[in-house]
Design a protein around this ligand. Sequence first.
Ligand SMILES: Cc1cc2nc3c(=O)[nH]c(=O)nc-3n(C[C@H](O)[C@H](O)[C@H](O)COP(=O)(O)OP(=O)(O)OC[C@H]3O[C@@H](n4cnc5c(N)ncnc54)[C@H](O)[C@@H]3O)c2cc1C
Length: 96
Amino acid sequence: MNKWYGNYHALARMFGPMGALPTAEFIKDWAADPFTAVEADWAGNSQHASAPSNAAASGPWADHLIGVGSEWSLEFSGYLAGAIDAVERGIASLGV
Ligand SMILES: Cc1cc2nc3c(=O)[nH]c(=O)nc-3n(C[C@H](O)[C@H](O)[C@H](O)COP(=O)(O)OP(=O)(O)OC[C@H]3O[C@@H](n4cnc5c(N)ncnc54)[C@H](O)[C@@H]3O)c2cc1C
């Protein structure tokens, strides 16, 4: 029995029977990993950034490109709900 995960059933489901027999465990603080987080992450705003316009206002991409990822959602940027919201807005802007 593992005190962190309770058991290894989930690992066995993902990786097969050998997944239930780990030889070592590690705990890693990803926030301290220089390839994962930088100082700005530690001091940054804990909220997702507000969304930019989902379309180019001018230039060659104007009227040819619509952002439909979560980060373009006006209401739920950075969340799953934002992905749906951005796609719905993108489709609506096509008049479909
Ligand atoms: C660790 C973690 C935990 C999270 N927890 C939550 C949570 O609890 N609740 C919540 O609401 N949200 C959560 N989120 C955020 C949520 O997962 C995202 O907001 C959502 O998945 C964004 O959906 P998306 O469709 O915009 O982008 P994605 O899900 O990132 O989909 C983009 C897809 O495009 C593919 N792709 C990228 N480049 C190319 C390319 N050049 N060609 C072809 N395909 C490409 C990628 O492989 C990916 O499959 C979490 C995110 C992370 C990372």
